[in-house]
Design a binder for this molecule. Structure first.
Ligand code: HEC
Length: 471
């Protein structure tokens, strides 16, 4: 009856490579870095030997690059506020991770970047977002999936890459013929069809993964599940029966964290297409997933999921510049010591046009985004001949009206460019204590106001970046 077997050795590898309290991507990536880079810390010496020359402390920063000597005010501001990666981490990255409303805590899609060590580990780490909503996984974050194999009961599938796996709870199907495709059970969606004609087999299913251990590539069966497997038409979708006595086994199988090649279930196996991307890519801010999530796009393509940082202040241009220049200049196998080094603004390619890093350039514009959010979510009440509170949010003159004082709290304009906390419309959206009346958008049925995190984050980004009308 023992159907999930895991030898000690494999379990240990799994622990070091895959598990832990942090989102898996960061862990796996960190381990890969460590393996790929060899040992970077400490030297080996015979403990019986006396060391005459004390070792230099490991954390000492390498030499700083020459400073930027140009006259671009944005670069100079970045250089004086964020001289090193550590300073950027303390002042900016950490802010997006603070416990209250920080993205690292209210959304499982992002790794916990609160410590400099975690921040460094984000370089080269996979951006699999397996703990969030599956729809918000970006194709280029998908990794090669684990493989599944049935060999027994007259079926031999060979190893086939797993697209995604899902357990649907409920009574197992007891009717005639094959179970319907949404019936309860352990669903496995494969990349390629299973050969042959047989549609049912009671046997052992094996889950296999390739490990890289000391430079050697090894295949392991890391879990097994014996049950009645139904192979649905198309032969890429299997349902494994789950009876009450098997629930524990299925749970432990799922808690192993099967790597899914098509984690977002859109039939694209990302790792087989474009180059996979990482959380942060040394040398390449444009293909760093974390930066793409700040901007909402990567290489002109929309990134699924809401824009970061959700509940926190969006990045200003000098902050973006510091991050871009840090990532561009970060060495391939960089360590924490590289965070202590001065950011090389002088040689950073983005220092030529820092204004180009303005998030407004990434679609958070008045005409493309903000006016539409207002029209769509607010226009029902704030539109037409007699808009609520005399505020019309639909039509041509909306922008100019927003710069004028609110009627409820005339000390505050509806929008103060650059200053969200002095923008009454924004305060209404977040239900700030300073408002009169209800938070917006007002729902007369429940008396509550709600707008998605993504919309609120974009309005915040737009105001912070100057709330310009035309761009
Ligand atoms: C269901 C109707 C309804 C919807 C939808 C609605 N509002 Fe309102 N809004 C009102 C009412 C009623 C008032 C006046 C009473 C109050 O503030 O509670 C008001 C007042 C306001 C005020 C204060 C105006 C001033 O000049 O002081 C602002 C700002 C505002 N709404 C913004 C919005 C925004 C932005 C949205 C969309 C995200 C929105 N509202 C959606 C009904 C609505």
């Amino acid at each position: 009856m023992k159907m999930i077997r895991m030898t000690n050795m494999i379990a240990q590898r799994r622990v070091s490579r895959l598990s832990g309290g942090l989102p898996g991507g960061l862990r796996v990536g960190a381990a890969v870095l460590a393996l790929a880079g060899g040992c970077t810390v400490g030297t080996s010496f015979d403990p019986g030997e006396i060391q005459f020359e004390p070792e230099r402390p490991e954390t000492e920063a390498p030499d700083d690059p020459a400073p930027y000597m140009g006259d671009d005010a944005l670069v100079l501001e970045a250089q004086s506020n964020f001289r090193t990666g550590i300073e950027l981490h303390q002042k900016v990255i950490w802010r997006t991770c603070t416990p209250n409303g920080g993205v690292c805590h209210n959304s499982k899609e992002f790794p916990d970047l609160r410590t400099p060590a975690n921040f460094v580990n984000a370089f080269g780490a996979s951006c699999n977002v397996q703990y969030g909503e599956y729809q918000s996984v970006y194709d280029r974050c998908e990794r090669p999936g684990d493989r599944f194999r049935i060999a027994g009961g007259g079926v031999n599938t060979g190893q086939i890459e797993i697209g995604w796996i899902e357990s649907i709870p409920g009574e197992y199907y007891d009717g005639e013929g094959l179970p319907p495709e949404d019936s309860p059970g352990l669903h496995i969606h494969l990349a390629d069809p299973i050969a042959g004609e047989q549609t049912e087999v009671y046997t052992n299913g094996e889950f296999q993964r390739t490990f890289i251990n000391d430079g050697k590539v090894e295949d392991f069966t890391f879990a097994e599940y014996t049950t009645l497997w139904s192979i649905l038409p198309g032969r890429k979708h299997l349902i494994g029966e789950v009876r009450d006595f098997q629930l524990d086994q299925v749970q432990s199988l799922l808690s192993v964290g099967v790597v899914e090649g098509d984690a977002n279930r859109n039939d694209v196996f990302g790792a087989r297409q474009d180059d996979p991307v990482h959380l942060l890519e040394p040398g390449s801010p444009e293909t760093s997933y974390l930066i793409a999530r700040l901007r909402g796009t990567m290489a002109g393509e929309d990134i699924p999921g809401s824009r970061m940082p959700l509940a926190n202040s969006p990045f200003t241009i000098p902050e973006m510049l510091a991050l871009f220049c840090l990532v561009e200049g970060f060495p391939d196998q960089g360590t924490e010591a590289d965070l202590n080094r001065g950011i090389d603004y002088a040689n950073c390619s983005y220092s030529d046009d820092p204004a180009g890093l303005n998030l407004l350039g990434e679609g958070v514009t008045w005409s493309a985004r903000i006016s539409k959010i207002l029209e769509f979510n607010c226009g029902g009440c704030h539109g037409g001949d007699s808009p609520q509170a005399g505020l019309n949010l639909v039509g041509d003159d909306v922008y100019l009206r927003l710069l004028e004082p609110s009627t409820q709290v005339p000390d505050l304009p509806l929008i103060t460019p650059g200053v969200p906390e002095e923008s009454y419309l924004y305060l209404k959206l977040i239900g700030d204590d300073a408002i009169t009346g209800n938070p917006m958008p007002y729902n007369p049925l429940t008396g509550e106001g709600t707008l998605g995190e993504a919309e609120i984050a974009d309005i915040l980004t737009w105001i912070t970046n100057g709330a310009v009308e035309n761009e």
